[in-house]
Structure formats: structure tokens, C-alpha cells
Design a binder for this molecule. Structure first.
Ligand code: FMN
Length: 232
């Protein structure tokens, strides 16, 4: 049985948080789908409000405090990521953006990601497409086609209505497809890992395969880069 890990990132600030509720439902649906297909699944929840101060300290000093280091490793070492933000001023909130800003360059290359958002109005659902998806595309993650937005009218008593449940199921299936296509992750990306052939580094080999960070032996992903290389 293949062991898979899913990192569940929620940037909700309220308690209780509708963003966390959506993240949990996306995680449960993806876990159920992977289990149905024969994997065992470990969920690692990263509730960003617990790391808000650490994220700012990381931005100021360049180093993550120990607790944040653990959260970063959980995300960069996962087979798949579920990333959910509340919409603030028609975009992701600052905490969500800041967390992904402090990750090492290249640490999400070829990583499957399911994106979701909650908002006060369904009119802002396309913030997922004009803000959240481009951010992950820039990080060269693989974002599944279905992005899940939940407005207040999509819930009744904390339960997703039929249409939202359908979107959650579809997105979970797409994330499970992407996770299954890859070898199991081997842990957090090492930005200093040697990911290219030594002879090539000496200028004596051509086109040695490049392995995405956090994996061993995986086929090279189109457009993937060496770990630690500066983003384009
Ligand atoms: C500062 C601020 C700005 C917001 N801006 C928007 C917005 O532009 N569009 C929107 O649909 N909702 C907006 N909202 C509402 C939140 O997105 C919504 O309440 C969200 O579901 C809260 O998530 P939580 O329950 O996890 O904290 C805003 C809320 C706050 C506090």
C-alpha cells in the first residue's frame, strides 16, 4: 500500500473559520478518494493563524523559527497540497501570500495543488483564477483545473450544499489523479541538494536528467528546474 501525505493549508483568521471548514472538507474528500484507490493517507494540517508571528519573523530575519520550520517541511514534503484562503480585498489574504513567500525558491516545483477560497460574496469567486492560480503557476506547482470557492450561501449549518459538495468531489478526484501520477514524496525539498549529474556540473555531460526537489527517481517534469535556482 502506498503511503501518501497531504498538506492542508488554511489561512482563515476567524475561529471557527469557514476557510478551515472548506480546507477540511477538501482534505477529507481527497483522502477518501486516494484510500479508495488503494493508498494510505496522512493529513498534515497547517493552520496559518498559529504561525502568523513566525511568518513575519521569517520575513524580517530570513530564518523560520522552529515551529514554522516544521510547518514549511510539512508543506514542501507532501505529495499534494490543499491551499485555502479567505478572499480579502478581491485577492488572497496577506497571511496566505506571506507564507508562500517564505518558502525556498523551487520547493513547490511539480507539486500537485488544489486551491480553494471562501468569501463574503460569490461575485469574488474568480479571485481564485486571477490571483491564487497565477501565484502557484509562478512557483511552478501543478494546480488542478477545479478551484473551489465557497460563499456564505453555499453552507447551511456548517454543511456544504449539493453544488459545493459536487465541486469538492470533482477537485478531490483531480488532486488524487495528480498525486497518483507521481512517485511518493521523499520529504521536504533540500535547496542545496545535488540534483544534476556530477559530470554535467564539470561540463562533460549533456542534458543530464533533472529531478524535482523532494523526490528521487521521478521522471523529469516539463519545465522543472534545479532546486534552489532563482525563479524566472
Ligand atoms: C479585511 C477583509 C476584507 C475582505 N474582503 C473581501 C472581498 O474582497 N471579497 C469577499 O468576497 N469577501 C471579503 N471578505 C470576507 C471574507 O473573505 C469572508 O468572511 C471569509 O469567508 C472569512 O473566512 P474565515 O471564516 O475563515 O475567517 C473580507 C473580510 C475581511 C476581514
Amino acid at each position: 500500500m502506498t503511503h501518501r501525505t497531504l498538506a492542508v493549508v488554511s489561512a482563515g483568521l476567524s475561529q471557527p473559520s469557514s476557510t478551515r471548514l472548506l480546507a477540511d472538507q477538501l482534505a477529507a474528500a481527497t483522502r477518501d478518494e486516494l484510500v479508495r484507490r488503494g493508498s494510505e493517507v496522512e493529513l498534515r494540517v497547517v493552520d496559518l493563524r498559529e504561525y502568523a508571528h513566525d511568518v513575519v519573523n521569517n520575513m524580517l530575519t530570513g530564518f523560520p523559527p522552529a515551529a514554522l520550520r516544521g510547518a514549511i517541511d510539512a508543506v514542501t514534503g507532501a505529495d499534494g497540497i490543499i491551499a485555502v484562503t479567505p478572499i480579502f480585498s478581491a485577492s488572497y489574504n496577506g497571511l496566505f501570500k506571506s507564507f508562500f513567500d517564505v518558502l525556498d525558491a523551487g520547493s513547490l516545483v511539480d507539486r500537485p495543488v488544489l486551491i480553494g477560497a471562501t468569501g463574503g460574496t460569490a461575485r469574488h469567486s474568480l479571485a481564485l483564477e486571477h490571483a491564487v492560480r497565477p501565484m502557484f503557476s509562478y512557483l511552478r506547482a501543478v494546480v488542478v483545473p477545479t478551484a473551489v470557492f465557497a460563499a456564505p450561501e453555499d453552507w447551511s449549518d456548517g454543511t456544504a450544499d449539493g453544488a459545493l459538495r459536487g465541486r469538492i468531489r470533482r477537485a478531490a478526484g483531480e488532486l488524487a489523479d495528480q498525486v497518483e501520477r507521481r512517485l511518493p514524496a521523499t520529504g521536504p525539498a533540500d535547496p542545496f541538494a545535488l540534483t544534476t549529474d556530477f559530470l554535467q556540473m564539470l561540463g562533460r555531460g549533456d542534458d543530464a536528467p533533472v529531478t524535482p526537489p523532494g523526490r528521487t527517481g521521478a521522471p523529469p517534469a516539463p519545465g522543472s528546474a534545479r532546486a534552489g535556482s532563482p525563479p524566472d
